[in-house]
Design a protein around this ligand. Structure first.
Ligand code: FES
Length: 645
């Protein structure tokens, strides 16, 4: 097959066979091109400029005629058919510096946790009798005898790499050694053998890891005390292969996609691990060899991709995972940059779209032990919802789409510098006031900004309850575009990129569908157990979404149930907190297993009432305004104010 030379940004060149996708050529050339939709030609964000065109565009669906005339092509939909020069424009690059690194964090070990005794990693000081001409037992038998005589451990398992070490270590320690052991269900495994009796105040460490679709978080914890030494987080490096889980599963199904996604998430975790070890400071000097345990949570697709397990069945009906309950692994098996024999617990999930991040979140939120009925929700590209108390738990997941993370909206963006995070609209002039993240001109709207904007547009009559823009509004901010009416939030001379920022009818439609799916999920869940939503004592909101969302706005658009604001509790990253509890305590680890076993999962796509509930929720705030009495009052007040003026 003919080979052609593709040069990127006049800087890197690669020779590839005819028919190669530009995105694949870019990977081989070491050039980053984001593929937010996983290379399906849906998002239009992988557009590149082709200067000398030996290429064929298979689809230009997301490009305007002007773009194509100017030489643009979707890299994921364009194949090489000759030599070509490609310019990769500045993409929506992630500002990694916006992630938080924290040390000396005060996370309290929950009451009732006996960190020392309930820890699965234990150390034992052993004294062995040295071999003699009369006692020629092998080293491993000698060690096993010492373990059975000096501890109450069950039979000890050992891997080949540790077996290789024991002879030299026994002699180096003059037959006095410290065994570091992982207590696994009905078994014990020798992780490390150290010469001499290592003092009890010598620390061993563990990692609590949450693999979010957007963000990966890592905590470094001293196992003996439960002290969190350092925390850090960064964007999941898989993002460039797809912004949502489905796009990533599709990406994984291509050529080397699966291996690439596994490599990228490991790169994220290992980079963050190095960073937390550095953050531990010079007095502690935490070495990777001292990190002997990790607990990992994430949604089911993230867990499959981490382990290199095909996730295609999760996407396709009847939507099943390959595995929900995973056995313990070693760090070496997974590829984590800590002690190779470290115990790695991938915590259990419930179903395809209710993963370990939710079971861990339920544990850390205390929902499974609450006497009263509570609602737990974690909203990202998927909304995962749990309703229940100490006696019962039901759960479901609904596809919210990427709108709440700024995706699927023309001027949407993630919550980084330059994102509009809150909007207020003057009900008389229709002029907006904006709050922008960081000291920057606005670049776009993030999820909380979109929710705030939609609520304000509804209350001021910029949109009606069906989400239709009022095209007769007496303001130049309402105008017609190629794709229909739109409302301008910031003019070009006010923005970072010199382009107007506006919200279109299509954007509003996507937002209403997203909020409608979440509310319908909540409603169907409550209905399935015959519990009126109003009787829920509290609404526990986990995940970063909860950190920024304004409850009032959430209720106004009909995303959150209409309840007193004080009933809403924002818990932050409940997933990593649950992983932390499981890192400290075998009891917590077992409790997460019990939570996964106790949850009744409701598959919404198989539930007829969901479609009805969803259709009813495609209004602002809802077709049935009596479900949102506080919003009904506000709408009435707003109308009165406008009429008075
Ligand atoms: S259109 Fe190419 S990655 Fe989305």
């Amino acid at each position: 097959m003919a080979e052609y030379t593709i040069s990127f940004d006049n800087d890197r060149s690669i020779s590839v066979p005819s028919g190669t996708l530009l995105t694949e050529a870019a990977v081989q050339a070491g050039v980053l091109i984001s593929q937010p939709c996983g290379g399906q030609g849906r998002c239009g964000r992988c557009a590149v400029k082709v200067l000398n065109g030996g290429v064929r565009r298979r689809s230009t669906l997301r490009l305007s005629d002007e773009d194509v005339a100017a030489g643009y092509a979707l890299a994921c939909q364009t194949v090489v058919e000759g030599d070509a020069q490609i310019i990769v424009p500045d993409q929506d690059t992630l500002d990694r510096t916006l992630t938080t690194d924290r040390t000396a964090v005060s996370v309290l070990v929950p009451a009732g946790y006996d960190v020392k005794r309930d820890q699965s990693i234990q150390r034992f000081h052993l004294t062995l009798s040295p071999p003699t001409m009369d006692d020629q037992r092998d080293d491993w038998s000698r060690l096993q005898t010492a373990v059975s005589q000096q501890t109450d451990l069950p039979q000890l398992a050992i891997s080949l790499p540790v077996l290789r070490q024991i002879g030299p270590v026994l002699r180096q320690g003059d037959w006095q050694v410290t065994a570091v052991v992982a207590l696994e269900e009905h078994a014990a495994r020798l992780i490390n053998l150290l010469p001499g009796h290592v003092p009890d105040d010598t620390s061993f460490y563990g990692l609590a890891v949450d693999i979010g679709t957007t963000t990966v978080s890592v905590w470094l914890v001293e196992l003996g005390s439960g002290e969190v030494i350092a925390q850090t987080a960064e964007y999941n490096r898989q993002i460039r292969c797809g912004e949502d889980v489905i796009s990533r599963v599709i990406y994984a199904s291509k050529n080397s996609g699966q291996a690439e996604l596994r490599r990228l998430v490991l790169e994220s975790i290992n980079t963050l691990t190095e960073r937390v070890m550095q953050k531990a400071g010079s007095e502690r000097q935490v070495a990777s060899e001292q990190v002997v345990k990790a607990t990992i949570v994430g949604n089911s697709i993230m867990m499959h991709l981490l382990l290199g397990i095909p996730a295609e069945s999760i996407r396709l009906s009847p939507f099943v995972t390959a595995v929900n309950h995973l056995p313990p692994f070693t760090a070496q098996e997974i590829g984590l940059g800590i002690h190779p024999e470290a115990e790695v617990l991938c915590l259990p999930g419930v179903a395809s779209y209710v993963g370990a991040d939710i079971t861990a979140g339920v544990l850390s939120s205390g929902l499974d032990d609450a006497p009263e009925v509570s609602l737990f929700m974690d909203v990202g590209t998927n909304g995962e919802i749990v309703l229940g108390c100490r006696d019962w738990l039901v759960t479901c997941a609904c596809s919210a789409g990427p709108a709440f993370e700024g995706g699927g909206v023309r001027d949407g963006m993630r919550a980084t510098r330059g994102a509009i995070e809150a909007v207020w609209i003057d009900g008389r002039t229709y002029e907006p006031t904006l709050r922008v993240i960081g000291k920057s001109k606005p670049r776009g709207l993030c999820g909380s900004g979109l929710i705030s904007l939609l609520a304000e547009m509804f209350l001021t009559g910029v949109v009606d309850k069906g989400g239709h823009l009022n095209e007769h509004l007496p303001t130049e901010r309402m105008r017609q575009s190629d794709s229909g009416p739109e409302y301008v939030i910031a003019w070009a001379d006010e923005t970072w990129h010199g382009r107007d920022i506006a919200i279109t009818h299509v954007d509003i439609d996507n937002l209403i569908r997203a909020k409608g799916a979440v509310y319908a999920g909540i409603f169907v869940l409550a209905d399935s157990v015959g519990v009126p939503l109003e009787t829920a004592e509290q609404v526990l909101i986990g995940g970063s979404f909860g950190k920024y969302i304004n409850v009032e706005n959430g209720i106004q658009i009909g995303l959150l149930p209409d309840m007193p604001w004080e009933n809403f509790k924002f818990l932050g990253n409940t997933a990593v907190l649950g992983a932390y509890y499981a890192l400290l305590s075998q009891t917590a680890q077992q409790r997460i297993g019990e939570i996964a076993g106790r949850m009744t999962y409701i598959e919404l796509s198989a539930d007829n009432s969901f479609y009805e509930a969803f259709t009813s929720a495609l209004f602002l705030p809802h077709t049935d305004l009596s479900r949102f009495p506080s919003v009904a009052t506000q709408v009435e007040d707003a109308n009165l104010t406008v009429t008075d003026s």
